[in-house]
Design a protein around this ligand. Structure first.
Ligand SMILES: *Cc1c(COP(=O)(O)O)cnc(C)c1O
Length: 202
C-alpha cells in the first residue's frame, strides 16, 4: 500500500503510473480535499488507515473503499449504519495497539472491547471484518518491532481457529518504510509504505 498522506494529487498520479493501486490516507478531511482531483483513477482502492472519529464515519464510508482502523464497537456500529445506508459492503480491519502505548489508537490485545467486536460481527451485515492492523512502538532498529509483529500474527492465528461467524483473518496489515522487511518475515500481508515511496513528509 502506498501511504500518500500529506502528498498532493500529482504525487499520487506518479505512484499510480508506477503501478500502485492500493493507497492509504490517514485523515478523512485531507483525503476529501484530494479525492475529486483523482476521481478518474477508477481502479484505485482507497484505505483509511488513521484514527476515525465516529462523527466522521459516514463521510469516511463515502470516500474510502476500506477502513483499516476500526477500534471500537461504537465505530463499527456507525460504519455499518453508513454502509447499509449507501448499500455497500465495507471491508474493515481491527486496529490493535500491540505496544499498549497511551498515545496510540487501537484496541488493547485481550481486552473486553476486542472480544465485543469479535462476537458482535454477525450483527454488522454491511461490514466485512477481514483481519488486524497495527503500528508498533517506534524504534530506529526494526528488530525491536519484531515481537510486536509476531504478537499480532499470533492474535490473528488464535482468532482464526475460533471460527467465529462473520470474521475472517486473512489480512495482517503491518510494516512501514523502516521495518517492512521484518513485518513480512512475521507474516504481513500488507505493508504500508509512505516515506520510502513518496519521500519525507514535511
Ligand atoms: C504514515 C503512516 C504509514 C507510513 O509510514 P512511513 O514510515 O512513512 O512508511 C503507515 N501506517 C500508518 C498508520 C501511517 O499513519
Amino acid at each position: 500500500m502506498g501511504v500518500s498522506k500529506t502528498f498532493p494529487p500529482d504525487s499520487i498520479r506518479e505512484a499510480y503510473a508506477a503501478g500502485i493501486r492500493v493507497f492509504g490516507e490517514n485523515k478523512v478531511q485531507e483525503f476529501g480535499g484530494k479525492a475529486s482531483a483523482l476521481a478518474d483513477l477508477a481502479d484505485i482502492e482507497w484505505h483509511l488507515i488513521g484514527h476515525l472519529q465516529t462523527n466522521k464515519a459516514s463521510r469516511a464510508t463515502e470516500l474510502f473503499g476500506a477502513i483499516d482502523s476500526v477500534d471500537s464497537v461504537k465505530l463499527a456500529d456507525k460504519l455499518n449504519a453508513a454502509a447499509e445506508k449507501s448499500g455497500k459492503l465495507l471491508p474493515v480491519l481491527i486496529e490493535v495497539n500491540v505496544g499498549g502505548e497511551d498515545a496510540k489508537s487501537g484496541i488493547a490485545p485481550g481486552s473486553e472491547e476486542l472480544e465485543q467486536i469479535l462476537l458482535g460481527a454477525p450483527r454488522w451485515k454491511n461490514l466485512l471484518i477481514r483481519g488486524l492492523m497495527t503500528v508498533p512502538p517506534y524504534s530506529n532498529d526494526p528488530e525491536e518491532a519484531r515481537p510486536f509483529f509476531r504478537r499480532l500474527r499470533e492474535m490473528s492465528d488464535s482468532i482464526r481457529v475460533r471460527k467465529l461467524p462473520a470474521i475472517s483473518m486473512e489480512n495482517l496489515s503491518m510494516g512501514m518504510s523502516h521495518d517492512f522487511e521484518v513485518a513480512i518475515e512475521e507474516g504481513s500481508t500488507c505493508v504500508r509504505i509512505g516515506t520510502a515511496l513518496f519521500g519525507e513528509r514535511t
